[in-house]
Ligand binder design. Structure first.
Ligand code: TPP
Length: 582
């Protein structure tokens, strides 16, 4: 018995099932799954540049006969949707399992989607573990199911399942030979002549899945009193049994397709049937579509965010909480760029020039927050580059504010590069800042093509952003040290004055990789309490309560040398010399 998070359990289950290959792009809450899988014996694992590529690599490896695990967060499923929908026509060679990890409550995401809709739309069966043991068991079995039904299989999780540790009975690895590859264009070449018959195959498969799901071992009924029956799945099940100790529960382990007959029978066995789900109407609609009457709650459940036992009890008009709520007087810890983050001065200088900044997703999205407040948009990965082009063509000469897209190195590889190709092709202008901190910091410092680190430390090559951008024909490409305020200011000034497209590459390692310098300190006699240093939003800088003078926390400060450059009075002293007035 081991204490494993859901992600660790999924990796273990895949390994036990004999999975040969894992491929993914990181994204919370899925990331650790592939990191753990990569450390297992006898497997090959790699980071792909994005989820579409990951799924295509996985489909290729599956077609070639290997068992393959691919993992992604919910928005990654959007990126991967194209190959996924068609892989549900081709079917698989070796078992192909896809983890779709959702983030209800948006702890670290730009939206809260429910990946179940993809399962239904793409006709890919989806299994819903409620805890780590099930995450392990369902994943292990999903490889067999994938091969039995000749279809990729989704494992669905949410933050609570992925990140909560619960006991797991593990087992040994079952070795599977990589099947021998045999060319079969009618199965794998999805042009209309072959896709039409495969669609028929898919429809037959759906019927088989519907039969199987009626009696599969993954759906369970917990019979208690008959007044209230609840249908639920995943982590919500754990909340339901805690919140409603008397209710009978139909716990779905497979959430597409649904077991029509079994649900109808369950509905007949209770007075009122309720569906409890998080941030979605998927399950409610799907249960209704089975012809089952779903009762309304006394007080509606929240339509967004995570559920809790307390919220479920409230919906039933039951007042007392099942456990104490967290105290409300905990000091807030608002997210901020780390002390010494090399992204900071780029945002400081962008806010000085009042640029329209199309942002992107990564640590640098925090440049949107006070006091930097230097971001106008953030929609999805890669959008900074294409949205800045959109702003440029819509505003033409109508804005006096420069338009600047800001993107991280990993995000640039994910989808920024194709956006940039489109801008160059259409002769677009504007300025793109690539914040190259030598890592994929946001999700835990994974490798990417621009730092050349691979998941299993296999030999790689470090791609050169400057050379790639120059090869596209962008003439104004520069590499700048983002810790040098004057250099950042000058580069932005020149690039935004240039009507042609400019790409500025701000290159300096993330402070979590390189934090070896000495802290700066404030010379109290010289500090005039002007407050300019605090406009950098560095968590190491605060104010002395009595005098409002600057105060630097030596435990947080890493001596990046950024703030001394903004002190006109030389009151902040670090190893780095220099000064820059506001
Ligand atoms: C489609 C999609 N996949 C994955 C993620 C998770 N994610 C958010 S930002 C990011 C990468 C950030 O790395 P980088 O662009 O290098 O910026 P940094 O955090 O290092 O500043 C990832 C993987 C996401 N939000 N959307």
């Amino acid at each position: 018995m081991e204490l494993l998070s859901g992600n660790e359990a999924i990796a273990q289950g895949a390994w036990e099932a004999g999975a040969h290959i894992g491929v993914a792009y990181p994204g919370t809450p899925s990331t650790e799954t592939l990191e753990v899988f990569a450390k297992k014996d006898g497997v090959y694992a790699e980071w792909a540049v994005n989820e579409k590529v990951a799924v295509e690599v996985a489909v290729g490896a599956s077609a070639a006969g290997a068992r393959v695990l691919t993992t992604m967060k919910h928005v990654g499923v959007n990126v991967a949707a194209d190959p996924l929908f068609t892989a549900a026509y081709t079917g698989v060679g070796g078992g192909l399992v896809v983890l779709a990890a959702d983030d209800p409550g948006m702890y670290s995401s730009q939206n809260e989607q429910d990946s179940h809709w993809y399962a239904r739309a793409a006709c890919i069966p989806i299994l819903d573990p409620a805890n780590s043991q099930e995450a392990h068991d369902f994943t292990r079995d999903a490889f067999d199911l994938s091969e039995e039904f000749d279809v990729p299989v989704f494992i669905h999780s949410t933050v609570r399942v992925s990140h909560t540790k619960t006991p797991v009975e593990t087992s040994v690895r079952q070795d599977h030979e990589i099947k021998e590859y045999q060319s079969d264009p009618a199965k794998w070449v999805m042009m209309p002549a072959y896709a039409k018959p495969r669609r028929k195959v898919q429809l037959e498969r759906i019927n088989k899945l519907r039969d199987w799901v009626e009696s599969c071992p993954y759906n369970t009924i917990i019979s208690r009193r008959s007044e209230v029956g609840v249908v639920c799945a995943g982590a919500v099940y754990e909340h339901v049994i805690e919140a409603l100790p008397d209710a009978s529960v139909f716990k779905l382990g497979v959430t597409w397709p649904l077991p029509n007959d079994a649900l109808a029978a369950f509905a007949d066995s209770v007075d009122s049937l309720y569906v409890i789900e998080e941030a979605s109407e998927y399950l409610t609609e799907s249960v209704r579509a089975c012809g089952v009457e779903v009762s309304a709650f006394k007080h509606p459940l929240p339509q967004d965010g995570e559920l809790s036992p307390g919220l479920i009890r409230k919906a039933f008009g039951l007042s007392e909480a099942v456990h104490a709520e967290a105290p409300q007087n905990i000091p807030p810890r608002p997210p901020a760029l780390c002390a010494g983050c090399p992204h900071r001065l780029v945002f400081k200088e962008l806010s000085r020039i009042k640029a329209i900044v199309t942002g992107d997703i990564g640590c640098y999205t925090l440049g949107a927050l006070a006091p930097l407040q230097a971001m106008d948009t953030c929609v999805d990965m890669g959008a900074s580059v294409s949205m800045s082009h959109g702003f440029e063509i819509a505003l033409a000469d109508k804005s006096h504010r420069p338009v600047v897209g800001v993107i991280g190195d990993s995000t640039f590889a994910h989808s920024g590069l194709s956006s940039l190709i489109s801008t160059v092709y259409n002769n677009g202008g504007g300025t793109i800042c690539v914040l190259d901190n030598r890592t994929t910091a946001m999700t835990g410092r994974q490798g990417n093509p621009f730092n050349g680190q691979t998941l299993q430390n296999r030999p790689s090559r470090e791609l050169n952003i400057e050379a790639i951008v120059s090869a596209l024909g962008v003439e104004d490409v520069r590499v700048i040290d983002p810790n040098n305020a004057l250099a950042v200011r000058k580069a932005l000034k020149e690039a935004t004055a240039n009507p042609m497209l400019s790409v500025l590459i701000f290159k300096s390692p993330c402070v979590l990789i390189d934090r070896i310098r000495k802290p700066a300190y404030v010379v109290t006699e010289a500090c005039t309490s002007c407050g300019v240093c605090s406009t950098l939003g560095c968590p190491a800088i605060s104010k002395r309560p009595e005098t409002n003078q600057a105060l630097i926390d030596p435990y947080q400060c890493i001596g990046c040398g950024q703030c001394p450059q903004y002190c006109a009075f030389g009151a902040i002293v670090s190893c780095e010399e220099g000064g820059l007035n506001e």
